[in-house]
Design a protein around this ligand. Structure first.
Ligand code: GAL
Length: 920
């Protein structure tokens, strides 16, 4: 893409601001993304998170998006803004506000009430996005996505998209607008596309999504790799070939798999996914994309974060770690280092932004193929070597011929395991002419080039000089041969550690070649015009007044070496002066190692205050203030049985978390009550008659697309089958509204009680009263709280006075049926220069699910950080984001424990855990 007049390879990572609930985390993650080689961040904005009710958008949350976009700009990242209205994203209702669940008009269509709602949302969010557009000079937003994978292409959807497009433009959005095709269907391409079989839409660019990497096995093993598809110039072409659906716009993959989400009841596959979609996958699949000239690539996710509160759609649990490059605890996984080498490469080697398919290049081995591209303007050739098929993991040594202006060569290479390499030939490498190299280019700047290869694999780099240059091997082992006839200087070596070669030739800048194996390559950071080696992370560099101010993180004592700094400058690291001396081959090196972080100690969480609740189960509970169920018409896609009033919670404005029903009736109680209910993934229902517990049911889990409704029968003990009055108390936990990926209003499926029958018959005279969340937390937004008694009465909040409660210690071994709360406080004294990422761990993480029938809502300083379900799993550790957690102060944990009251169905041990510690 041309950005600010420069052809730019857009290398983007996805992060969800709504899954990192603190601006401190946005800054941290965005700086990390920049550091690992991204120049762009792609962000969804979640309408549902920002809007508790029609017309309400003035939550801190939406104003914070201004800040987010500022932080992205400060971090040096372009932004792809994806405001929906529909986003999918494994978010509640696919990002729709839950109040949309009761709207009459079909969502994602041209229904007037739906369009009126999207107008409201666009007005609110576009006002913010518009202020941050690069085109205004006031921000870094470069692209705007309307809708998300809108796979219906009828007139109604066309009208709808046009409406969104016109609204965005009317709201001042000037940057190109695109849509992400769910797969390679050729849906919604710009008018400039002349490709037969495509569906035109109101867009400026065509983009598509793809997750070709596959998932781990259900037992948590990695399995064997998939094949990498050619979705650009190396592929089949046509409407369904990917980028080929639009012949006049850049190859743009709006979402390409960077991991995958995980479901209730799985064995916990995030660590496995981080390997399956790990370094080998990145090299093969992202490399294939590069060879296919997909010059706008976004990886979903690079930082997944947490689906805290009631954010998760039924298909995912609280952690949205995604096996992503930056894990839920904000730590860089090994795959982040591979991304870094790719990201630096695509941004350093400019000819890559404008290539065409080159002549076919044969390989000496049938097990390997070469995809060849050429930049016609510079003559630079790219050879992407990958196994054939690309899923193969064999160890193959082979050669292939190259032919450039410099002549013809036979190039030896090796691919071992899931691997691929992009070699460059005929290229201006920091003012020196590169004939070819079998090491890959990571980056280069004035006087320095960093190349890399796999440890122990042979490499050769050929540069051309009219006369024999001076070659000094400063570090490691390499041999140099100069061929005066061709003028080729050939360096031969085996990649291991760091090889440093200084080449000094007449009439061109001296060049320090740094040739690294992968572990060593990971130690380098490209920050602006500097190359820094040593610290575990380098965030920013500022050269000012003869001073070089570096910031970054160390996780252990680390060396520091710098290339590209002004001579004789003073260096600071995180504000503290660092003594440096000149390094071999140029650059500066710190005289002493940078310090690592100090040890931290975490308090134990053994003593808790305890109180039981669920008074709603008792017959005498006063529900006179509750809403009486009196509606007879619902827009829910699930209707009550004929003759029964509407009971579904959304119809009464109770959208998230727990909702209570109390049904009052006279006459003889039945022998059994059957309840049709909606609860999302691993949802829960509990029932009592006249205060006697009838039992609980959970919606079955353990599958990627779980059922979201239940139909369950509760037997009534014979002692209760007597004349009334009676009160049937029911509590339903709503684990999220369905997404609407199928454009079929699936988010409108009823939640809470849909209908009840007594002995198979719709009871004639039951007065139902309903209660959900009492109010919306103005700071934490609509997704933070449901309607538990404790939540309605502030028990989840840090300031709540619990001194009159009894004391308990954990693990506990007795429980009530219903909900009880455990509260404690703890003080943290994390040193100011330490970034400690902490988690709360319940029970034994090595056992994904156990036989205790209880679940916990975890409130930290009032924030609902997620749900633990002991017998469903798999999540045991819940990230506690800094910002929600005070690292240098008092913190309050409140646990809402819902149990069936059976023996031992009570909380296991709970402790604070460390997810990562660094010094900053
Ligand atoms: C895509 C969708 C994203 C997300 C992803 C899977 O199809 O656009 O929002 O749901 O799948 O994580």
């Amino acid at each position: 893409m041309i950005i600010d007049g420069r052809r730019t390879f857009v290398w983007s990572g996805e992060m969800h601001p709504f899954r990192l609930p603190s601006p401190a985390l946005w800054r941290d993650v965005l700086q990390k993304m920049k550091a690992i080689g991204f120049n762009t961040v792609s962000v969804y904005f979640d309408w549902g998170y920002h809007s508790p009710a029609p017309g309400e958008y003035d939550f801190t949350g939406v104003r914070d998006m201004d800040r987010l976009l500022d932080i992205a700009d400060e971090a040096g990242l372009y932004v792809i803004a994806r405001p929906g209205p529909y986003i999918n994203a494994e978010a509640d209702g696919g990002g729709f506000p839950a109040w949309l669940a009761t709207q009459a008009g079909k969502a994602r269509s041209d229904a007037p009430d739906y369009l009126a709602a999207t107008d409201e949302w666009q007005s609110a969010i576009d006002a913010i996005i518009a202020r941050h557009q690069l085109s205004n000079g006031t921000g870094s937003v470069i692209l705007y996505q309307i809708e998300n994978e809108l796979a219906s292409t009828g007139t109604s959807q066309r009208n709808y998209l046009q409406h969104l497009y016109d609204k965005a433009r009317a709201d001042g959005i000037q940057v190109p607008i695109f849509h992400n095709d769910k797969g390679r269907n050729g849906y919604w391409v710009p008018a400039s596309s002349t490709v037969p079989g495509t569906v035109p839409g109101p867009v400026d660019l065509y983009a598509f999504d793809g997750y070709p990497g596959g998932t781990c096995h259900t037992d948590g093993t990695v399995g064997s790799p998939n094949n990498a598809p050619d979705w650009g110039i190396q592929g089949a072409g046509g409407a369904k070939g990917g980028a080929s659906a639009s012949n006049a716009t850049p190859g743009f993959v709006a979402e390409f798999g960077g991991g995958w989400f995980d479901y209730w009841g799985s064995v916990g596959t995030y660590p496995c996914t981080a390997i399956r979609q790990g370094p080998g996958y990145e090299r093969v699949f992202y490399g294939t994309n590069i060879a296919n000239r997909l010059t706008v690539q976004n990886f979903y996710m690079v930082s997944g974060g947490t689906s805290w509160g009631w954010l998760p759609a039924p298909v995912v649990y609280s952690s949205y770690d995604y096996g992503a490059a930056i894990d839920e605890g904000r730590q860089l996984r090994a795959k982040a280092q591979t991304l870094k080498t790719l990201g630096y490469f695509v941004q350093s080697v400019a000819p890559l932004t404008k290539v065409d398919k080159g002549a076919d290049v044969p390989s000496s081995s049938a097990a390997v193929r070469i995809e060849h591209t050429v930049n016609a303007e510079t003559g630079t050739n790219f050879y992407f070597a990958v196994h054939s098929p690309s899923s193969a993991t064999t160890d193959d040594s082979f050669t292939f011929p190259i032919s450039t202006v410099d002549g013809s060569y036979t190039v030896p290479l090796r691919l071992h395991g899931q691997d691929a390499k992009t070699l460059v030939a005929d290229y201006d490498l920091a003012g020196n002419h590169l004939v070819y190299s079998t090491s890959e280019i990571e980056t280069h700047l004035r006087g320095v080039a960093l190349l890399h290869g796999r440890d122990g694999e042979a490499g050769e780099t050929v540069l051309r000089y009219p006369s024999s240059p001076t070659v000094d091997v400063l570090d490691g082992a390499a041999t140099a041969d100069y061929d005066p006839t061709a003028g080729d200087l050939k360096l031969s070596y085996s990649h291991h550690g760091l090889i440093r070669v200084r080449i000094t030739a007449a009439d061109r800048p001296a060049l320090t070649l740094l040739i690294a194996d992968e572990d060593t390559a990971a130690q380098f950071w490209r920050v602006d015009d500097l190359l820094v080696r040593g610290p575990q992370l380098v965030r920013t560099a500022r050269v000012h007044d003869g001073r070089l101010a570096l910031t970054g993180d160390t996780t252990a004592a680390a060396p520091l070496e710098i290339w590209g700094a002004p001579a004789a400058c003073l260096v600071t690291w995180n504000g503290r002066p660092v003594a440096v001396r000149p390094a071999v081959g140029g650059g500066l090196v710190a005289v002493r190692n940078l310090a690592g972080p100090r040890q931290i100690t975490l308090p134990e969480l053994t003593t808790w205050r305890y109180a039981a609740e669920s008074p709603e189960a008792a017959p005498g509970f006063d529900d006179s203030g509750w809403r009486t169920a009196d509606l007879t018409v619902t827009n829910s896609t699930t209707k009550p049985p004929a003759g029964q009033v509407v009971l579904t919670a959304d119809d009464y404005g109770f959208h998230h978390g727990d909702v209570w029903y109390r049904g009052h009736f006279d006459g003889t109680a039945p022998a059994a009550v059957s309840v049709d209910w909606g609860g999302g993934g691993a949802g829960l229902i509990q029932a009592w008659l006249d205060g006697t517990y009838l039992g609980q049911r959970q919606i079955p889990s353990g599958v990627a697309a779980p059922p979201t409704r239940g139909n369950d029968t509760f037997a009534i003990p014979s002692a209760l089958q007597v004349a009334g009055p009676h009160t049937l108390s029911i509590m339903v936990r709503n684990d999220g509204h369905n997404e609407d990926g199928g454009v079929n209003d699936a988010h409108k499926e009823g939640r809470g009680v849909i209908g009840a029958t007594f002995d198979g018959v719709v009871p004639s005279a039951v007065t139902w009263r309903i209660q959900g969340a009492a109010s919306v937390d103005p700071m934490r937004g609509p997704l933070n709280n449901g309607g538990l008694y404790g939540e309605r009465n502030g028990w989840s909040l840090p300031g709540f006075r619990d001194r009159s409660w009894s004391t308990r210690s954990l693990p506990d071994d007795s429980a009530i049926s219903g909900t009880a709360w455990y509260r404690t406080t703890f003080d943290l004294h994390i040193p100011a220069d330490v970034d400690a990422s902490l988690g709360l761990t319940i029970g034994d993480p090595s056992v994904p699910h156990n036989s205790r029938h209880y679940r916990v809502l975890i409130f930290v300083n009032g924030w609902n950080m997620g749900q633990y379900i002991a017998d469903v799993g798999p999540q045991h550790t819940f990230a506690l984001p800094t910002g929600v957690l005070d690292p240098r102060g008092r913190n309050t944990v409140a646990l809402a424990v819902t149990s069936d009251g059976g023996e031992a169905n009570a909380p296991e041990g709970i402790r604070l855990t460390t997810l990562g510690v660094s010094r900053r």
